[in-house]
Design a protein around this ligand. Structure first.
Ligand code: 3PG
Length: 307
């Protein structure tokens, strides 16, 4: 009997786990759950006899992949798959997938929520500002970026975007201005919302040069990955510009310095919170379970990311 292991340091909502289990068992497979594990060795031993693995931001590194002797498929229930060693998976003939779009509304709502929180001075009782009429630049117009645009337009923000991989018409039809370079995006917008993946091209790419282009009253919103930020550049802009603010779903490595020196100009979630809603957990969890069943039963490899 095939075994499907759900391994999550940060657990899914119980309703999501229940539904994943139901799908797995209805397909005639065995369901196994490893939640809140504290050491990678627990994942390494649990994966030993699993045929399929569902994870969130959990690390499916080479060691995990090699330990999964029966492993045929890994599904990252979420968007970013920078936590899977794709090369190792491909070498072992393991299919890696994500579940694009399933948690994106949750992430987008958090991005706007953090913008309001920062615009209102962290709810400290002092007068803040409104989002209405402010400029917002969306850096990468994928599933999350699109939801951010929709919600921001409801706030009456002036929304523009830069994404070289999406046709201009697909952006324009949402009432969003298309910009032709990343420099223009940062140069024109008081708020920037980041939605780029973390990969070799994007790591450390949000640097001093770009950030220093932002107009007065700049707020950078990061619900993507901390790795895309060049932290030396981030500290430099904090030091140079009193107007610069940074809100991020997970703290940067230099959080201690920022906390010590720039009180009131930042907010970091204690844990990655973007996809942490019951709805997102259910959507992504069900999608992951169905993708596994469809892969085993029909050979369906839609959403494979290591082709
Ligand atoms: C994603 O890439 O889907 C988000 O960052 C959510 O990650 P999480 O499932 O670990 O909360």
């Amino acid at each position: 009997m095939r075994k499907v292991l759900v391994a999550t340091i940060k657990p899914f909502a119980p309703a999501a786990v229940e539904q994943i289990k139901k799908i797995v068992e209805q397909a005639g497979y065995r369901f196994a759950l490893l939640e809140k594990y504290t050491d990678q060795s627990e994942l390494i031993s649990a994966v030993a006899d699993a045929d399929a693995l569902i994870i969130r931001s959990d690390k499916a590194d080479r060691q995990v992949i090699e330990a999964g002797k029966n492993l045929k498929i890994i599904v990252r229930a979420g968007a970013g798959y920078d936590n899977i060693d794709l090369e190792a998976a491909t070498e072992k003939g393991i299919v890696a997938m994500n579940t694009p779009g399933q948690n994106s509304n949750a992430v987008a709502e958090l991005a706007l929520g953090m913008m309001v929180y920062m615009a209102r001075n962290l709810f400290n009782g002092k007068p803040g500002t409104e989002l209405k009429g402010k400029t917002l630049g969306i850096h990468a117009y994928g599933n999350v970026g699109r939801h951010v645009a929709r919600i921001a337009r409801g706030f009456d923000m002036k929304v523009s975007a830069f994404d070289p991989f999406i046709p201009a018409e697909a952006i324009e039809k949402d009432g969003v201005e298309v910009l032709s370079s990343v420099e223009e995006l940062y140069g024109k917008n008081q708020y920037i919302s980041l939605h780029i993946p973390a990969n070799e091209q994007t790591k450390n790419s949000i640097n001093y040069e770009l950030l220093s282009r932002m107009p007065n009253g700049a707020t950078l919103v990061n619900t993507a990955r901390k790795e895309v930020i060049d932290e030396d550049g981030l500290l430099k802009i904090f030091a140079e510009r009193e107007d610069f603010r940074y809100v991020s779903d997970i703290a940067p490595d230099c959080a201690d310095t920022i906390q010590e020196k720039y009180a009131g100009r930042f907010y970091f979630t204690p844990k990655k919170m973007g996809a942490q809603t019951a709805e997102a957990n259910i959507n992504a969890g069900i999608a992951a379970a169905n993708q596994i069943v469809n892969f085993f039963e029909k050979g369906d490899t839609t959403f494979q990311v290591n082709k």
